[in-house]
Design a protein around this ligand. Sequence first.
Ligand SMILES: *Cc1c(COP(=O)(O)O)cnc(C)c1O
Length: 379
Amino acid sequence: MKIPFFKPEIDSKTIAQVGQVIKNGWLTTGPKTLEFETNFAQYVNATHAIMVNSGTAALHLALEAIDIKPGDEVITTPFTFAATTEVIEYMGAKPIFVDIRKDTLNINEKLIEAQITSKTRAIIPVHFSGIPCEMKEILKIARKHKLYVIEDAAHCTPAYYNGKPVGSIGHITCFSFYANKCITTAEGGMLTTQSKKIADKVKLLRLHGMSRDAINRYKSAKWEYDISVKGFKYNPTDIAACLGIMQLKKADLFLKKRTRIASNYMNSFSKEKNITSLSIPNKCISSWYIYPIRIKHDKPGLRNQLIDYLFQQGISTSVHFKPVHLHSYYKNKYGYKALDFPVAYYEYQKIITLPVYPSLKNNEIDYISRKIKKFLAGV
Ligand SMILES: *Cc1c(COP(=O)(O)O)cnc(C)c1O
């Protein structure tokens, strides 16, 4: 059996629609982008949705929109992808890490307040694997200290917290449609907000700070425009937006399929004392972007041996994430030690990410869990 880590699900209707966009001749940001933004805003119950060409660009523009300055501090989790923290670096600001909870591997909201200083401007909670963070507590802390909350919701199309879709909760929410995310536009991202002021600023910043974008200049003979701010080249293509429109129609179905896969994994590991799954708080619905398990062991290197063994059995897995503070750039710049964030460090030693995608079959899930149990029985 050969099981890849991820398989995007793109149907023939989607391919035909994308082909149509290419034939029509308006390839870059245009009507399809507008349509996807409208549909997405409605889907996550947000007032404004602005598409950009990556999730990283969405995070960067979020920090630009709230005017983060060099020397400011932004609180986030070390248990994330590099994108979350590199955008803080772009601004010349300093990422301040807060350790994670063991049950969800999300930022531990109880440890946030102790890290707030006079320089703190924002908190970036990352909804790891698609489980929303404790947003009620995080927003309460933010209100008390007058901070912005920018959610890294790269894993969350869709996820729900207390019945509310992620995208309608914090000040700004950033989604990713990278090739292996819950829905994909090959490359792409979306920023949602309830603030018109932030939305207008992000729209301006995503295309060079130009007062009129390409489609509006094209519609009339008026060519003139002004550059009023230092902008960026983050606008999406209509090709990607068209993929997004078609993928979004299936997001609920994908969620249903991912949830079934997760519950199959959960059942098959429920009696295993040395395998722990994540636990989903009652008030949350996870997107199940990925299915991470933790292997209880005291042999260094055992997790990597398991990854190699599974690969030999035809199963591709991954690790989400190597904590940011362990990467050399951050270690060298800020002098972090592995045990500065002990939960992140220890969980990272034990974690392995199993395949989750809509077309993953029950017999494949059985095969994966059987091989994991077999390996662990033999050590
Ligand atoms: C994928 C991802 C991003 C970045 O998204 P891109 O679209 O690849 O730029 C940001 N944060 C997290 C947690 C991610 O997993």
